[in-house]
Design a protein around this ligand. Structure first.
Ligand SMILES: Nc1nc2c(ncn2[C@@H]2O[C@H](COP(=O)(O)OP(=O)(O)OP(=O)(O)O)[C@@H](O)[C@H]2O)c(=O)[nH]1
Length: 576
């Protein structure tokens, strides 16, 4: 025992990358389960050992089931081969290889660690005294599948478990019987068929309904010894059967007409076995690696069969894996759909932004137009207001100008106005060519009129005198109220002689104005003419002095002092 333990430790301590691994399969690689499990082992060991150091054998036990002659030949073959290529570890798949190794290991592969998997019905006593065995029990999921059938087919009345009389079949049936009865809470009959011919099955299955369900355990041969293949016979069964056929051996059953069930995954199972082998190759003694419980059975279904038997998909367990389900357009064109949706979203976003922009711009334009209108309106209003104010101002200025230049009593231009025009005339007219003549006129004895008849009468005489002056002078001459009862007359371009005539005419017209005691109004007049180098003050002074001269000479006279008067008197022969 100690020697064998030492041998196991020394083997397991081999450098992993140079280790030689033997994978002993119970079946042929045509058997999909075996192929998938082999791939799982390969994929897990690929990075650890060289490919040529993985030796793979297929016992083809489905064809040579329970055949002692065949077994003997196998034993001899393996003995011959692996004496030359001694494996550091053996991985076995399924029941036949496990039982073969349990019987032959001591002679063929003494002390070699063995990792076994895929054993459906495991009896611990088989390896009771063998310390170089460990592995993963594949087991079966009969109870779980029976419950699943009832969940998917609530109308089911009969569940038939299918097996055969081969060694494996017998072990499976024993296992199934040990678990019965299955408590489904309803009256469902669970039966086991392990001794039927292919023809009998077909006849029964073709006449049944979904009140029946089949659960395939393992069938290698029918009762007549006819070989049963999952690829051919199972497919025929499923085509003919009016009741669904369930199974638990994933890769070999899905796609062969089986509706599904709680199924194992041979690829993952192979990987798990190889993983256990790696631990041994890395130095963990196999004795320290305990047997692992059942491998995982998960709900796996064939979509076409679910449709065929009208199984409501909502009844499937949540974690179900469904094969052959036609992919929706979305599933098969995910990136195209995502791209299109993304593009559409971006376009919609751009359109939305543009639309919002247009709206904002339109709003802004409308408010701008409104603002413009309101501004225009305001400007028009303000302009009108301003123009009105301007006109008012102009009128006021005119009025003020008028008031500033007009005598309020007589409405004649006042002294300021007269003085301005006189200054203007004196700069404009040349004494050598033009005759600018002025006359200063004063009402005689006006004080006594006021005193005698009152100021109103005096005012009235002043007004009538003004009107008379305006009416008597030419349009080109100007009359001003110079102050009190004094008036200035500008005779533009008028020689002295004409001025005298005009003044005489004025005196005559004024005489028609009568005082209340019927006396005519008389005026004294002093005349002056612009001279060379004359001035405003000087011409007025001369007119004033002539006026006073007239007053002094008895009033109601027209006088012109200095040379002018004499010259004039000589010219006209005038004597006031
Ligand atoms: N009613 C009235 N009287 C005025 C006005 N302005 C001046 N007077 C008066 O006119 C009078 C002028 O008197 P005087 O300067 O003595 O002259 P006069 O009485 O006309 O005497 P002579 O000029 O020498 O003929 C004064 O009594 C003034 O009060 C006026 O606007 N209205």
């Amino acid at each position: 025992m100690i020697v064998s333990m030492l041998a196991i430790y020394s083997t397991s301590a081999a450098t992993p990358e140079h280790a030689r691994v033997l994978l002993l399969n119970s079946y042929h690689p045509q058997y999909l389960w075996t192929e998938a499990l082999t791939q799982g082992v390969k994929s897990e060991l690929a990075n650890l050992i060289e490919a040529e150091n993985l030796h793979i054998e297929y016992m083809d036990e489905r064809r040579f089931v329970s055949d002692p002659t065949y077994h003997e030949k196998w034993r001899q073959l393996l003995l011959y081969k692996y004496q030359q290529f001694k494996p550091d570890i053996i991985i076995s798949s399924d029941d036949a290889a496990f039982h073969f190794l349990a019987n032959e290991v001591d002679e063929l592969f003494p002390n070699t660690p063995i990792i076994f998997g895929g054993v459906n019905v495991f009896k611990p006593h088989i390896i009771e005294n063998k310390t170089n065995f460990s592995g993963i029990l594949e087991g079966m999921e009969i109870k779980g599948n029976v419950e699943l059938i009832y969940q998917l087919q609530p109308q089911v009345k009969e569940i038939i478990l299918l097996a055969d009389k081969t060694e494996l079949g017998i072990r499976m049936v024993e296992q199934a019987r040990s678990e019965m009865p299955y408590d489904l809470g309803k009256q469902v009959l669970v039966r086991i068929w392990d001794d039927f011919s292919i023809a009998e099955f077909k006849s029964y299955a073709s006449q049944t309904s979904t009140k029946t369900a089949f659960l395939m355990l393992a069938v290698h041969k029918d009762k007549n010894g006819a070989y049963f293949s999952f690829a051919k016979e199972l497919k025929d069964f499923a085509t003919i059967s009016k009741a669904p056929i369930y199974g638990m051996w994933g890769a070999i059953m899905i796609g062969q007409g089986v509706i599904g069930g709680l199924m194992n995954n041979p690829f993952e199972h192979g990987k798990a076995l190889a993983n256990m082998a790696k631990r041994v190759l890395s130095g963990t003694p196999i004795a320290n690696i305990p047997l692992e419980a059942n491998s995982k059975f998960s709900p796996t279904f064939d979509y076409n069969q679910l449709q065929k038997f009208n199984i409501d998909l909502n009844r499937l367990p949540l974690n179900s894996e469904i094969y052959f389900k036609p992919e929706s357009f979305y599933q098969s064109n995910k990136s195209l759909v995502h791209g299109t949706v993304l593009t559409a979203c971006i376009l919609i976003a751009i359109i939305f932004i543009l639309f919002a922009n247009i709206q904002r711009r339109r709003k802004a334009e409308t408010s701008l137009l409104e603002l413009n209108d309101s501004l225009e309106h305001k400007i028009k209003f303000r302009t009108q207001e301003l123009s009105d104010k301007n006109n008012q101002l102009k009128a006021m200025m005119e009025e003020m100008k008028h008031l500033a230049n007009t005598d309020s009593l007589t409405d004649l231009p006042n002294r300021r106005s007269g003085a301005r025009r006189l200054r203007k005339f004196m700069t404009r007219y040349l004494p050598s060519q033009d005759n600018l003549t002025i006359a200063m006129l004063d009402i005689d004895y006006f004080k006594s009129i006021n005193d005698k008849f009152g100021h109103n009468v005096g005012d009235n005489i002043l007004k009538r005198t003004s009107i008379c002056l305006q009416n008597t002078i030419r349009p080109t001459d100007f009359a001003y109220r110079w102050g009190g009862e004094e008036f200035l007359i500008l005779f533009s371009n008028t020689p002295v002689k004409s001025a005298f005539s005009a003044c005489t005419r004025i005196q005559q017209h004024l005489a028609e104005i009568k005082t209340p005691d019927d006396k005519p109004v008389t005026v004294s007049i002093g005349i002056a003419q612009q001279q060379v180098n004359d001035s405003f003050e000087y011409i007025l002074k001369r007119a004033d002095e002539s006026l006073y001269y007239a007053k002094g000479n008895g009033r109601n006279r027209i006088e012109m002092l200095y040379t002018e008067i004499n010259k004039h008197k000589e010219q006209s022969g005038y004597c006031a």
